[in-house]
Design a protein around this ligand. Structure first.
Ligand code: FPP
Ligand code: MG
Length: 300
């Protein structure tokens, strides 16, 4: 998608404006992601200077949040490449995150105030979401509601705000597009959590079942736990947050299949995906439908 190159160029321009050579060097080391948020914004609002600028701001905020997340998660890789904290150190990752994040906010102040409000409010939510994620990773969490609230805030809030802001730019119905973004975001994080289990570590660029080892009880584990008897519930809990031996790894995967927890997690992600599309049924939404479908069907 050539439009995404415009977004990348805009990000480089904004970072150049900072006038700091080191920031530009670090920007060059960031692996480009799927740019889901930009794809959404451009599909909803078309490609204009304003929409490209909005995408650049959102991608910079997203990149900043991942720089900080990799420090928090002590992750050595990001999108199959070494993370900035692994290449340099935590300090560099945090500071570069701060630079990207604050430059994006400076740019936001030049944009319509409702966009500035929506996006900055989403950043508060995603920061709260990250804190909830860390807190929920301290002890085995068996609450679906807490999980759902956390993934909404951590991942979905910025996607929701992106879709809402894009709709605002072209005077489309903000509420419908926001709801589309919200449900798409929840489906997106669920798929991410499922891929941690189904994909081999090479494709993902991180070790398999890492979430559980790190204390994250994601949707497939939640559904599996609910369906196990008391003895096996305890067995699963005893494996929580520890390095897994091969037989433990197989036990988890086998039970996830036998209890249909994995299958039903995929169905649940699909349900959120379908709800996303349902809100837009009166709109010309073929492209947005396709974004949802390829997101659900993705393998990394
Ligand atoms: C990835 O989650 C993390 C997020 C989507 C949000 C992180 C947010 C912050 C660190 C708040 C700070 C925000 C700013 C703008 C400075 P994950 O660890 O589940 O996903 P992963 O597997 O891709 O790492
Ligand atoms: Mg992480």
């Amino acid at each position: 998608m050539e439009e995404l190159d415009l977004v990348k160029a805009k990000i480089i321009d904004l970072v150049k404006e900072i006038g700091d050579a080191r920031s530009l060097e670090l920007l060059d080391l960031l692996a480009t992601g799927k740019m889901l948020r930009s794809k959404l914004v451009l599909k909803i609002a078309g490609t204009t200077n304003e929409s490209v600028e909005l995408c650049a701001v959102i991608e910079m905020i997203h990149a900043a949040s991942l720089l900080h997340d990799d420090v928090i998660d002590e992750s050595d890789t990001r999108r199959g490449k070494p993370s900035i904290n692994a290449l340099f150190d935590n300090k560099t990752a945090i500071m570069f995150g701060d630079i990207l994040y604050s430059k994006a906010f400076t740019q936001l102040t030049t944009m319509p105030s409702s966009i500035a409000y929506n996006i900055s409010n989403a950043v508060t939510l995603l920061s709260v979401g990250e804190m909830l994620d860390v807190d929920l990773s301290k002890e085995f969490n068996n609450s679906y509601d807490k999980y759902l609230d956390m993934i909404y805030k951590k991942t979905s809030s910025l996607i929701e705000a992106s879709a809402r802001s894009a709709a605002f730019l072209v005077s489309k119905d903000e509420e419908s597009f926001a709801l589309y973004g919200k449900n798409l975001g929840i489906a997106f994080q669920m798929i991410d959590d499922i891929l941690d289990i189904t994909q081999d570590s090479k494709t993902l660029g991180k070790p398999a079942l890492l979430d559980f080892v790190e204390g994250k009880v994601t949707i497939p584990y939640l559904l599996m736990w609910e369906r196990l008897d008391a003895k096996n519930k305890s067995k699963l809990e005893s494996m929580y947050k520890k390095p897994l031996r091969d037989e433990e790894l197989s036990w988890i995967k086998d039970n996830m299949n036998e209890t249909k927890a994995l299958q039903d997690s995929i169905l649940l992600a699909n349900k959120f995906g379908m709800e996303a599309i349902e809100v837009l049924k009166d709109e010309d939404n073929e492209d947005l439908k396709n974004i949802m479908k390829s997101m659900i069907g993705r393998s990394f």
